[in-house]
Design a binder for this molecule. Structure first.
Ligand code: NAP
Ligand code: SF4
Ligand code: SF4
Length: 381
């Protein structure tokens, strides 16, 4: 296993972390196959993984309990344990106390190594800040119940910078992979946070697994690179190629996946991707782009919209919800619904201002209507 220093914390973490959001299941939602999950987590730790990430809400609230039991028998002492505060459930500081104590009980521990505000977005940030959640976390740190404090993030680069600048966070967790390098915090956010001393923890390095199961035209590109070239391996090593990344979490749910990803981690290193691999990833990225139904280049020339619609973000979410399968689609839908109402596609007043400015000559209003209808569909994208 390779290890890196996690920002200003100075903690040495394995470049591969165990993301406990996708533990093996027995079929019904939330019913974790606990013996299998414990075997995976312990196998990973036995092979050098020393960072385990969970959250209050994973597996409908059952995830932390499983992780707590996986870390019995001396495993807790071998890992940095991360979990997250469900910020949408916090109305007063007493909620933080109650939830945090429940988390310690579920995880069978007296402290959390990395405690994160879960899914911080600009819509929640002022409320949490004004409620005193930062000072609450400092009190837990002083009492030894939290070692390091940070946030996980799903919003725009601008919101990311505002939040990074607002507090001396230890770390942040961002969505990052080779097809969404300029989405959300993106490469700019990664570099910004790392330069300010934050450890940067990458989530969804395989875009929730969708990069490991490509559509046929993308699969043909991978096949053309040779028999030994596997999408998850190259995609993970693309993340580790960036020196600013502290570690990448993968939500592994089978022993083969853990074995493969540990092997990829062992071959990883900043600046180690070959020119052939970079070229292949560029072709794969272009093909995903070609499959995207709206050819928006995210240039931003259409902004500002007089009604406040965030045109490129809406198109990005629609494209991703269309091209990718499974959990990525659900994530796009949730991200769309978490945009402020004025920024969503359905706030378009069809004034036409943006269409005059768009260098791609896109029928923006019509495409926004399509986007709005797509996400409004009762069964989601
Ligand atoms: N804070 C947040 O807001 C937030 C949001 C998302 C994630 N997270 C955390 O970040 C972790 C990582 O994100 P993620 O789970 O989305 O990671 P990911 O690595 O992008 O996706 C995990 C999925 O990739 C597939 N996979 C992994 N290794 C593979 C391999 N070697 N070969 C083939 N397929 C492979 C599996 O999909 P199949 O199930 O299809 O086999 C697995 O479920 C999560 O588990 C969670 O702890 C946090
Ligand atoms: S057409 Fe819609 S999106 Fe474009 S500027 Fe007018 S209100 Fe904004
Ligand atoms: S101007 Fe056109 S291409 Fe550029 S971000 Fe707006 S819609 Fe997309």
């Amino acid at each position: 296993m390779k290890y890196r220093t996690l920002g200003r914390t100075g903690v040495e973490v394995s470049v591969l972390g165990f993301g406990a959001m996708r533990l093996p299941q027995r079929g019904r939602e939330g019913e974790v196959d606990e013996p299998a999950a414990i075997e995976l987590i312990r196998w990973a730790v036995d092979h050098g993984v020393n960072y385990v990430d969970t959250a209050y809400v994973y597996h409908a609230g059952a995830g932390e309990g499983v992780v707590g039991r996986a870390l019995r028998d001396g495993y807790r002492q071998k890992v940095q344990l991360a979990t997250k505060l469900p910020i949408w459930s916090v109305e007063r500081l007493a909620d933080c106390d109650r939830i945090f104590q429940e988390q310690l009980d579920r995880l069978q521990t007296d402290h959390i190594d990395f405690y994160l505000l879960h899914c911080l977005q600009k819509t929640y940030w002022p409320k949490l800040r004004d409620l005193g959640v930062l000072q609450w976390a400092e009190r837990q740190q002083a009492a030894g119940r939290i070692r390091h404090f940070g946030f996980s993030f799903h919003d725009s680069y601008e919101a990311f910078v505002e939040i990074v600048d607002a507090y001396p966070w230890s770390c942040c967790q961002i969505q990052y992979n080779f097809v969404s390098e300029d989405v959300q915090a993106g490469t700019r956010g990664l570099q910004y946070a790392a330069a300010k001393g934050l450890g940067v923890i990458v989530m969804e390095p395989l875009f929730g697994g969708t990069l490991a199961n490509p559509p046929p035209t993308v699969q043909r590109l991978w096949d053309s690179a040779g028999a030994g070239v596997r999408p998850p391996d190259v995609a993970l090593r693309w993340v580790w190629d960036k020196p600013e990344v502290s570690l990448a979490l993968s939500g592994m749910n089978a022993l083969d996946q853990v074995r493969q990803n540990v092997a990829s981690a062992e071959r990883s290193g900043a600046g180690t991707l070959t020119a052939d691999e970079r070229g292949l990833l560029a072709r794969v990225r272009d093909e995903y782009q070609r499959l995207s139904p709206i050819p928006c280049t995210k240039c931003g020339y259409c902004l500002p919209c007089p009604s406040g619609v965030n045109i490129p973000v809406n198109f990005e979410l629609y494209n991703q919800a269309t091209v990718f399968q499974g959990s990525s689609r659900l994530l796009c839908r949730n991200l769309y619904l978490s945009l402020p109402e004025s920024e969503r596609a359905d706030a378009c007043a069809r004034c036409g201002t943006c269409e005059d400015r768009c260098p791609q000559h896109l029928p923006v209003a019509e495409l926004l209507q399509r986007t709005s209808e797509h996400f409004a569909a009762a069964d989601g994208p």
